[in-house]
Design a protein around this ligand. Structure first.
Ligand code: NAI
Length: 341
């Protein structure tokens, strides 16, 4: 989808006044992990969104500086820094949307699942705090492995008695952003006009772009589709290798996270036809309780989960192949919470 008018006007710098409540303004958004590679740019982009009144920048270190820096940007939203456990509750209270890019990123040779040991505990702790401080907020989960951190978050929220499957969304937007970029270049079409659904999860072969459903359609060869599919699945690794030990995607992820956050805020504001792919609790694939397809965003969060639609035999074979891995990642997340909390 396109940037909302709210984000566009903010980005152009033309906007001086907050969007009225009727336009969907007045929101409080928290970024947890705000001093990190993703968190800094993402916090800035949320400060530039005119639906937002207040951005809470939370991290275990570094947020006073990042918040001071961002607070000088002449857009309406107020940016405040919060640091350390004792300030987490204040950072979260009253939030409409909590975006979580906290945790360690990959280094060359690592899979997203290698991050599980460290990030599972971080995510569980942060989500528990959300359950207490802002139980009605939407949560956008960026921390990897998303295939497991979303089930972890759900189990923690269940234990706290506040789980609402409509309000927990795994962020797979970067896979969509990549699929659109790679497809547009190969098909020779204008990238802004491209739509490509990406289904499944957010790790390696669980990422499945459905180029057969891409619009505008283009007559690509089977070899081209195969190359595009594999490049989308490995997009994260491409960046990890290029950064050579200095982390994973941060700038494109901040952009994608801001797109997803903006879509959630538009949905909350009651705007129609706000559709993004997201990894959510889903009935679409029997036996796989969490799955990404297109979802419609509304005033309560996820308003509707779309079906996968028609797949080619090629796509179907990836779809079959991903399921055991996705299921294992989900089970691992659920087991983590049951065994440790
Ligand atoms: P980073 O290391 O630059 O930043 C992470 C931040 O989290 C640091 O500032 C750190 O202090 C903070 N943090 C650690 N423990 C925390 C806690 N308990 N509470 C609050 N903050 C805490 O890492 P980067 O590059 O920003 O990546 C963050 C996460 O996002 C990683 O898990 C990475 O794998 C994931 N990611 C997800 C993508 C997606 O498409 N969903 C794409 C790219 C990265």
């Amino acid at each position: 989808s396109k940037l909302s008018p709210a984000l566009k006007t903010s980005v152009s710098g033309a906007r001086t006044f907050a969007a009225s409540a009727a336009e969907g303004g007045g929101r409080k958004v928290a970024v947890l992990g705000a001093a990190g590679g993703i968190g800094q740019s993402l916090s800035m982009l949320m400060k530039m969104n005119s639906m937002v009144d207040e951005v809470s920048l939370y991290d275990i270190a570094g947020t006073p500086g990042v918040a001071a820096d961002i607070s000088h940007i002449n857009t309406t939203a107020i940016a405040k820094g919060y640091m350390g456990d004792e300030q987490l509750h204040d950072a979260l209270s009253g939030c409409d949307l909590v975006i979580i890019p906290a945790g360690v990123p990959r280094k060359p040779g690592m899979t997203r699942d290698d991050l599980f040991k460290i990030n599972a505990g971080i995510v569980a702790g942060l989500v528990k705090a959300c359950a207490k401080a802002c139980p009605n907020a939407l949560i956008n989960m960026i921390s990897n492995p998303v295939n497991s951190t979303v089930p972890i978050a759900a189990e923690v929220l269940k234990k706290e008695g506040v789980y609402d499957k409509k309000k927990l969304l795994g962020v797979t937007t970067l896979d969509v952003v990549r699929a659109k970029t790679f497809y547009a270049a190969k098909a020779g079409v204008q990238v802004e006009k491209v739509d490509v659904p990406v289904i499944g999860g957010h790790a390696g072969i669980t990422i499945l772009p459905l180029f057969s459903q891409a619009t505008p359609s283009a007559p690509l060869s089977d070899e081209d589709i195969d190359a595009l599919t594999i490049r989308t699945q490995n997009g994260g690794t491409e960046v990890v290798e290029a950064k050579d030990g200095k982390g994973s995607a941060t700038l494109s992820m901040a952009y994608a996270g801001a797109m997803m956050g903006d879509a959630c805020l538009q949905g909350l504001a009651g705007k129609k036809d706000i559709v993004e792919c997201s990894y959510v609790e889903s009935p679409v694939v029997p036996g796989i309780p969490y799955f990404a397809t297109k979802v419609v965003l509304g005033p309560e969060g996820v308003a509707e989960i779309r079906e996968i639609g028609r797949m080619t035999d090629y796509e179907q074979s990836w779809f079959e192949k991903m399921q055991p891995e996705l299921k294992a990642s989900i089970d691992k997340g659920v087991a983590f919470v049951n065994e440790t909390m």
